[in-house]
Structures are given as structure tokens and as C-alpha cells.
Design a protein around this ligand. Structure first.
Ligand code: AP5
Ligand code: MG
Length: 215
């Protein structure tokens, strides 16, 4: 299964991608996680990435394509993958020529999403990147990752000004991509207002149905 997970900042794309990744044994490829690692590089590309993502702006389409193409050629992707956050522009979708099976669009109310972003904590170990929420999905020990014991922290782009900018860009530039994929009959919408468990279950149900149809 080659999937794209689509939706506004904080709706839970990364969280559901982790659940689906475990269920179907296909990797979650989070372009955001890759970029947060890349921004630490002391190179022209690293500085370009840092300047963009700390403000919630998008990186260059060709750089995004290169990153994804390199990653999906790795051996763990041979049975499929979940692209978490890519493509997110029509121009990126036009450049990305791989055949995908479905685009899962997660939708939730704005106040629900703001609450999710304001309580998010992420694992600081780049090999882990686990996602928590101080109320909705807290770690067993406060501030410590259950999986790898590294410290957790809020994300740098989860402050009020940058969140506002990310939403503005989503509404203006990313949302039109839903229609683009709807016209190609690839879009499947999922109500993501429920709990992590509920949305995770619904997503797995939808994907199992999709799998049955394609065999
Ligand atoms: P990226 O890292 O992809 O950020 P985003 O799209 O803004 O999405 P988030 O990761 O913030 O949210 P999410 O939907 O994954 O939610 P999560 O699962 O964490 O991108 C970052 C930046 O990189 C962009 O701003 C841009 O600069 C750049 N970039 C990325 N892609 C690019 C591209 N294609 N081209 C160019 N530039 C690009 O969940 C959020 C919180 O809610 C967590 O705390 C979680 O525990 C909680 N939660 C989740 N689901 C539920 C639920 N159902 N109930 C209760 N709590 C929940
Ligand atoms: Mg994410």
C-alpha cells in the first residue's frame, strides 16, 4: 500500500501514521521529521530548511521531491509506505510521479486541533520521534519517552504565531490539493474528531477495505 496522509497541522497525521505503520508493517515517512533533522546540518540546504520550517513556511518543491524520492528507494519501502505530509501542494503532486493507492484526508474542528497542538510533546531522539500529548496521550513518566527514554519537548513551530501561519498556509495552499486528489478518485476522508484509538481503528478499517478491493 502506498498512502498519503493529508490534513491540517495537528490533526494527528503522524499519530495515525504510526498506528497504521505497525498494523500493516509499512514505514511512516514524515517529511517534517526529516526536515527537522536536516535543519541541524551546517550547510546551505540545512540553513534554507531552518529558515523555512521555524516560520511554518514550505521548503522548495524540488528539495522536497529529492528527499522523498531518496527515502522511498530504501529497501524498507518495497511493500509500500505512508507519506506523512507529502505532497502538500498541487505543484508537489504534479512533480511526484509515483503511483499511489489512496490519499487519506483527516478532518477535525479547529478548536480540537488547537488543543492537540498546544499539548503536544515529541521525543527529542531523531531515531524515535514518538508523539505524545500532555492530556490525551501522556507518557508513563512525565517528560520522558516510553519507547527510548529520551527527553520530550514541545516542537519549535508549536508557538502561537507560527501555528497561525501554518494554518493560513494550509488553508491557502494545501487544502486545494484535496480536490485535486478527489478528482483522481484517490481521496478518502476520515472524521478525526474522536480519540486516538477511535480514529486509529477507523483508519485501519478503511484501509483493510481498500486492500480487499485491490486484490
Ligand atoms: P509537519 O511536521 O508535517 O507538520 P504539520 O503538517 O504542521 O503537522 P503536525 O506534525 O504539526 O501535525 P500532525 O497532523 O502530524 O499531528 P500529530 O500526530 O503530531 O511539517 C512541519 C514543517 O515542515 C511545515 O510547517 C513546513 O515548514 C515543512 N514541510 C513539511 N512538509 C512539507 C512539504 N511537503 N513541502 C514543503 N515543506 C514542508 O498530533 C498532534 C497532537 O495531537 C499530538 O500531541 C497527539 O498526541 C495529539 N493527537 C493526535 N490525534 C489525536 C486524537 N484523535 N485525539 C486526541 N489527541 C490527538
Ligand atoms: Mg506530524
Amino acid at each position: 500500500m502506498k498512502l498519503v496522509f493529508f490534513g491540517p497541522p495537528g490533526v494527528g497525521k503522524g499519530t495515525y501514521a504510526e498506528i497504521v505503520s505497525k498494523e500493516f508493517s509499512i514505514p511512516r515517512i514524515s517529511i517534517g521529521d526529516i526536515l527537522r533533522e536536516k535543519k541541524k546540518e551546517n550547510s546551505a540546504a540545512g540553513r534554507q530548511v531552518k529558515a523555512a520550517i521555524d516560520k511554518g513556511e514550505f521548503i522548495d518543491d524540488h528539495l522536497a521531491l529529492d528527499i522523498i524520492m531518496k527515502r522511498i528507494k530504501e529497501p524498507d519501502c518495497k511493500n509500500g509506505y505512508i507519506l506523512d505530509g507529502y505532497p502538500r501542494l498541487i505543484s508537489q503532486a504534479d512533480l511526484f510521479k509515483e503511483k499511489i493507492d489512496a490519499v487519506i484526508s483527516f478532518e477535525a474542528k479547529l478548536d480540537v486541533i488547537i488543543d492537540r497542538l498546544s499539548g503536544r510533546r515529541v521525543c527529542t531522539n531523531p531515531k524515535c520521534n514518538a508523539i505524545y500529548h500532555i492530556r490525551n496521550n501522556p507518557p508513563k513518566k512525565e517528560g520522558i519517552c516510553d519507547l527510548c527514554r529520551s527527553p520530550l519537548s514541545p516542537r519549535k513551530d508549536d508557538n502561537e504565531d507560527v501555528i497561525r501561519n501554518r494554518f493560513r498556509i494550509y488553508e491557502e495552499k494545501t487544502k486545494p490539493l484535496a480536490d485535486y486528489y478527489r478528482k483522481k478518485k484517490l481521496l478518502i476522508s476520515i472524521d478525526a474528531n474522536g480519540t486516538i484509538e477511535e480514529v486509529g481503528k477507523e483508519t485501519i478499517k478503511v484501509l483493510k477495505k481498500l486492500n480487499r478491493k485491490s486484490v
